[in-house]
Design a protein around this ligand. Structure first.
Ligand code: ADP
Ligand code: MG
Length: 340
């Protein structure tokens, strides 16, 4: 067979699929954009677990007409002007998220800056972009509202991979909670369409945020941990041995303010730290890890979900030692000497 080039439409679709997997990955990208825009309040509204509609609205800086036109284009970003991606302090830098979302859904971005007389709206309908037009203001002080409808509706193969509304909703809530743990200075309002599942996480001190997100039971059954060495720092909480939490309990790992998946080095560290207690028991942790920007690659994954450490062994032993210190497990023997 002769070699031929993929069309741009196919390339966009493949690329978009790497960033956008499900409503939760969309919510993650939109929350990150809101925080990058200095939002203090982020409101997330969902219907059908985000499958039919998800809206993320913020009181951030907003955009002008020119930027609202560009923001949905591929590789269009206001956050990167050369240099090392790792030294950036924003969540975003690839300029891919809005373009990817617009390729696979019905996307509307409405926005205004504090000084503007009205807002601007731009629509991308499954890859087809429309010119910006005026709209009413999102917020007098500036803000942005991004609405995503009917994700993957035109891509049956991807649409079939979406799970039940309840399942997608839990994944979204997981993402919101991780983001909230990483940004305690931001208020999060979640409207799921059901009074029992909607919630508000008010901005406050980090300690309160852990309790708001994970509950008093977790705080009572966990110990705080803190350790610093060789330019690396770790703080957070670890559940006490024996506490198994609820079915929905989640571990959260935050590296340089970025929630990431529990990668191999951290998972190994958790296993090792709790090995002496129970081979089957995994602690529930909230880990805030800070490493020098040059020692971590946030670019390893299209959705920036995984990070790669330059010294994974050092991270692993930092985590193990911090946990051992916090819950008083004597290494090797696994005997609990003291519970903090
Ligand atoms: P990235 O975040 O990597 O720059 P995105 O596709 O997520 O890429 O966003 C593109 C650009 O759109 C951002 O760089 C930013 O300038 C603008 N933008 C997106 N969301 C918001 C928002 N909520 N508030 C203000 N500007 C935004
Ligand atoms: Mg972004």
């Amino acid at each position: 067979m002769p070699i031929s080039y993929l069309s741009n439409a196919v390339i966009n679709m493949i690329r978009a699929g790497e960033v956008v997997e499900r409503p939760a990955s969309v919510v993650k990208e939109l929350i990150e954009n809101s925080i990058d825009a200095n939002a203090t309040v982020v409101r997330i509204s969902l219907r059908d677990g985000g499958k039919s509609l998800l809206v993320v609205e913020d009181d951030g800086d907003g955009m002008d007409c020119e930027d609202v036109d560009k923001c949905v284009d591929r590789h269009a970003t206001s956050k990167f002007s050369g240099g090392e991606a790792s030294s950036l302090c924003t969540y975003g830098f690839r300029g891919e998220a809005l373009a990817a979302i617009g390729a696979v859904a019905d996307l509307t971005v409405q926005t205004n800056q504090a000084k503007s007389a009205h807002g601007w709206e731009t629509v991308v309908w499954f890859g087809q972009k429309f010119a910006p037009r005026p709209c009413s203001k999102v917020s007098d002080s500036g803000g942005t509202r991004v609405a995503v409808r009917s994700i993957f509706r035109k891509y049956p193969a991807r649409h079939r991979m979406l799970r039940s509304n309840g399942h997608e909703l839990s994944a979204v809530i997981h993402v919101v909670k991780a983001a909230a743990l990483a940004a305690p200075e931001v208020t999060f309002i979640v409207d799921t369409g059901s009074a029992t599942k909607s919630f508000v996480l008010r901005a406050g001190k980090s300690g309160d945020r852990v309790q708001d997100v994970l509950g008093l039971d977790y705080v009572k059954n966990s110990a705080s941990l803190s350790l610093a060495r060789n330019g690396m720092e770790i703080s957070g909480r670890v559940s006490l041995p024996g506490w198994s939490g609820s079915k929905t309990s989640q571990s959260t790992v935050i590296v340089n303010n970025r929630p990431v998946s529990v990668g191999k080095s951290i998972d190994n560290a958790l296993k090792q730290a709790f090995n002496g207690i129970s081979k089957h028991h995994r602690p529930q942790v909230v880990l805030n890890i800070t490493v020098p920007a040059k020692e971590v690659d946030v670019n390893a994954h299209a959705a920036k979900r995984e990070v790669r450490f330059l010294f994974p062994d050092a991270i692993q032993s930092l985590v193990t030692d911090a946990i051992n210190q916090a819950v008083g497990v004597v290494p090797d023997t696994g005997v609990i000497s003291e519970i903090a």
